[in-house]
Design a protein around this ligand. Structure first.
Ligand SMILES: CC(=O)SCCNC(=O)CCNC(=O)[C@H](O)C(C)(C)COP(=O)(O)OP(=O)(O)OC[C@H]1O[C@@H](n2cnc3c(N)ncnc32)[C@H](O)[C@@H]1OP(=O)(O)O
Ligand SMILES: N[C@@H](CCO)C(=O)O
Length: 498
């Protein structure tokens, strides 16, 4: 028997090198190696074969409609706003849509409305409707007698701007040239999303909300609604949210954006007429799923089990936890627009209710407002010019104690307690009843961030703060607990709303 490495054909590179361009090429090398009777058989890669088959099938879709899927979860209401929306970082939406759905009945004085905010990837479809009977993402949490009780309240859920389920986002048409925005869509903040939602409330004649409720990014949106429009806010619920994004969560979203942007099909965002970056989306969702659940849950659920222990170990998904992540990525990769993921997750990174940040944003808005009124908004004036420096970044001198204990919030004050900057920034909420819920097994929006919200509000003088932390004895579902635990999450929310 002749080993391949000892008998390289002049026309055949003995082992894949950096030169090889496509997986097809690699496959053909593997096949030829087998023919040359290698010491061991070449591996097969069903996971890569499946990805290639998917690309091939996407490329055969009608080019007239574009292979890009239509991101819709079905029928919803649409609010079209013709008044331009100035965004926090200087971008402008000349007009925009907000997709929304409602449940329950708005009472005569319009005082029973609850604005329900979504997490990153959800649509306005929180509950089934007569026109869209598909279960919503909070199906069991909404309804007669449910935590969001439709016998009492009028529930409104919107798709955020920047999203892809009917509200204006990167996959929408730019009215200026009738082409999709793609990455000509401006940088967006959580507060921008809130301003768009309040334009919708204006159009519905709702002056003051009974409550604002949100989880994950929805928790950010809920808190931001109260800070921006305190006089229009009744009660407020934030579940697994935060007052400002912390570096670990930014890091986890960064890695998702990077794998997505490195997919050649992403094409710097201009992929709408060709194959969408489904490889990058799949990988991004796998990373996201790692942050949404918890190790202890998977310990119980999958342990070290392999999908098929009778087979040789594979480099493609093999352990049950691997096939689970693979499935989660596969399920999501064409369900959500890649550019929306980039913009919405960046908005989450930028979130900061600190006072200094709010002051800087206000000043920038005043300047941009003037320019917008004068019509002198430069095209691309607000585009990103950040480039990496020639010399690597140097570690900045620590402004905080470098010895902040693990699992404790870093503070920017020497005194104990929440940072003064955050207390001042959140002080518009000092008189509102607030429920803050967190989950000990959440690694993305950890329990300390929920304590930080509650302690900050209390330090601002709020005596109506309820803080609930679900321990690991109650939930191992991590960040996604808010989607799964009707009894403990829903139960507390229902009690708080009354
Ligand atoms: C408020 C918001 O903004 S979030 C919006 C809601 N988010 C979504 O809907 C995103 C997609 N969905 C999810 O992330 C999850 O389904 C949740 C969080 C909604 C629900 O989680 P769970 O009910 O625990 O479902 P789980 O995460 O366990 O996944 C179950 C799926 O994995 C599959 N699965 C389970 N174990 C394995 C395994 N070892 N290998 C392969 N597949 C597996 C199941 O067959 C099931 O498949 P299906 O969904 O195609 O029927
Ligand atoms: N699983 C949720 C978590 C983030 O809210 C989502 O997909 O949006």
């Amino acid at each position: 028997m002749t080993s391949l490495r000892g008998a390289t054909s002049p026309s055949l590179t003995p082992w894949p090198t950096a030169d090889y361009r496509s997986r097809r090429w690699t496959q053909s090398v593997a096949v030829r190696e087998q023919q040359f009777d290698s010491s061991n058989p070449a591996m097969s890669f069903p996971c890569l074969d499946a990805q290639e088959a998917k690309s091939a099938s996407l490329s055969t879709r009608s080019m007239s409609s574009g292979p890009e899927p239509s991101y819709t979860t079905g029928q919803h209401e649409n609010f079209h706003c013709k008044t331009p929306l100035l965004l926090d970082w200087g971008g402008v939406l000349p007009e925009f849509d907000v997709a929304y759905e409602t449940w329950g009945t708005l009472n005569a004085d319009k005082s029973n409305a609850i604005l329900l905010h979504t997490g990153l990837s959800a649509s306005s479809h929180a509950h089934s409707t007569p026109t869209n009977p598909k279960n919503g993402w909070w199906e069991k949490f909404i309804g007669p007698g449910a935590p969001l009780d439709t016998n009492k309240y009028y529930i409104i859920c919107t798709n955020v701007i920047g999203g892809c389920y009917g509200s204006t986002g990167p996959s929408s048409i730019d009215p200026s040239d009738s082409k999709r925005y793609a990455t000509r869509f401006p940088i967006l903040t959580i507060e921008d999303m809130v301003r768009a939602q309040f334009r919708l409330l204006d159009s519905l004649g709702i002056q003051k909300l009974h409550a604002s409720v949100g989880s994950s990014m929805g928790g950010m949106l809920s808190l931001a609604s109260g800070v921006l429009f305190p006089e229009r806010m009744g009660r407020l619920v934030s579940i697994s949210g935060c007052a400002r994004s912390h570096p670990y969560s930014i890091a986890m979203r960064h890695t998702q954006r990077q794998v997505l942007m490195m997919d050649p099909n992403w094409q710097r965002g201009f992929y709408y007429d060709s194959i969408p970056p489904h490889h990058g989306m799949k990988l991004a969702r796998e990373i996201a799923t790692v942050t949404y659940r918890s190790g202890p849950e998977w310990e119980n659920r999958f342990g070290r089990k392999r999908a098929d222990p009778s087979k040789q170990p594979a480099l493609c998904p093999d352990f049950l936890i691997e096939t689970y992540l693979d499935h989660a990525g596969e399920k999501f990769c064409l369900e959500y627009d890649a550019n929306s993921l980039l913009y919405v997750s960046k908005a989450m990174d930028l979130f900061d209710l600190g006072y200094a940040h709010q002051v800087a944003t206000r000043a920038r808005r005043v300047q941009n407002q003037k320019r917008m009124v004068l019509g002198s908004m430069e095209r691309n004036g607000a585009s990103c010019s950040l480039a990496l420096p020639d010399k690597p970044y140097e570690e900045q001198p620590a402004t905080l104690s470098s010895l902040t204990p693990m699992n404790e919030p870093a503070t920017d004050d020497s005194a104990d307690g929440p940072p003064q900057d955050l207390i001042r920034g959140m002080s518009p909420l000092k008189d509102h009843p607030v429920l803050v819920m967190g989950v000990a097994s959440d690694i993305l929006f950890p329990a300390w961030q929920q304590r930080e919200i509650a302690e900050t509000l209390r330090a601002a003088g709020n005596q109506n703060v309820e803080h609930v932390e679900l321990g690991e004895d109650i939930s191992l579902f991590g960040h996604d607990t808010f989607l799964l635990d009707l009894e403990n999450i829903g139960g507390r929310v229902g009690k708080f709303l009354g």
